[in-house]
Every structure is written in C-alpha cells, then in structure tokens.
Unconditional design. Structure first.
Length: 196
C-alpha cells in the first residue's frame, strides 16, 4: 500500500481522512505562512492561487521519496480583506465582529505530491454568510470554544457550535473544514493509493 502523509498539524484535516478509512500519518509542515501570504499579497496573487501556493509550500517542506504527500490551505476573504488565524481570544472576538452580518469566501486548496512533484491540485471556494449575532451570543461562544478557535481561519469551527454563527452556507462542507475529500479521493485512486 502507498504511504500517505498529511503535511499538516490540522486535527480536523487528519480526522476527515481517518474517519473516511484512509490510513494516513501526520507530518506538520513548518513554513512561514504569514511571510508567504504577505509576499503573495505584494505580488497581487488572488486568494485561490494564494491558498494553492501555501498548500504547495507545505507539500514541498515534507517531500517524500516513498509515498504521497497531501497538503491543504485556506484563505478567508471578506470584502477584499484577508483574514488569518487569530493569535489571541481578543483577536478572535475582533475577527468575528468584523465578519458579523457579512458574507465571505473561503478559497480552499488541496494538492498531492509524489517524489517532490505535484501530481494533482484542486481549489474550491465556499461562500458563507454570518448572521447578525448578539454580543452576548459571541461572548458565550468564545467562552465555550476557548483556544480551539485560534487554530481556525476566521476563528470559527463550523463542525461544532460555530455553525450557529451562520445564516447561510454555500459549498462543500468538507472544503469549509479545510479538505475537499471527494476530489482528493478521486486523485488518490488515480495515483493507486486507494482501492478503485
């Protein structure tokens, strides 16, 4: 069987794969995401391409000679502004207030590498609209979710109580969680890593 490595420290991405019966090992990629994002912004790179370039950087950082590397990334864009992961709970609160009552996109990229070369990539762009939640709801949400929100772009976890922040969601649930599984599984079958 082909060795599969997820170039990510994301608990959610790893769980999505393992819950689907995919035997994968996690190997977090250490790249300067903030620095790369800033460089891409200076180049005028669009959000979808930026997510894909970040995924590629992660895959290249974990290049294998004996298997396949899966890597992914997401960029949150609201009215032209890019949001990253919040560093503190106060920053998470600020992000959620900035997104409240507004629609944002979440370009999500995944790539597959073999022998240090990309053999497949995919980008999806879900669209999410937050409802005009109260500050009391927000305070309760932040208290309940705690520091787990600091690992999420946009400071929400749609797979948990964060779904209550939203009025509408368009696009693949998997893409919103950070890993469009169905296109990825098709690529893994093509690469001989999953049964056909």
């Amino acid at each position: 069987m082909t060795r599969l490595v997820l170039a990510s420290g994301s608990v959610t991405r790893l769980a999505l794969l393992r819950e689907s019966g995919v035997a994968v090992e996690a190997c977090p990629a250490f790249v300067d995401e903030a620095g790369l994002r800033e460089a891409f912004l200076r180049e005028g790179v669009g959000a979808g391409e930026m997510a894909l370039r970040l995924a590629r950087a992660k895959a290249e950082a974990v290049a294998l000679s004996d298997g396949l590397v899966i890597a992914g990334d997401q960029i949150l864009v609201c009215d032209g502004e890019i949001f990253g992961k919040a560093a503190t709970r106060a920053a998470a609160r600020g992000q959620l207030l900035a997104l409240r009552g507004r629609t944002h996109t979440l370009p999500t990229a995944v790539t597959l590498y073999r022998d240090g070369r990309e053999i497949w990539s995919h980008v999806e762009t879900p669209c999410l609209t937050m409802r005009a939640f109260s500050e009391a709801f927000l305070d309760d949400y932040l208290a309940a979710e705690g520091d787990a929100l600091l690992a999420c772009v946009g400071a929400y976890r749609l797979e948990g109580r964060g779904v209550q922040l939203f009025a509408a969601v368009e696009g693949s649930h998997d893409a919103i969680l950070g890993l469009p599984r169905l296109p990825l599984f098709g690529a893994l079958r093509e690469a001989g890593a999953l049964a056909t």
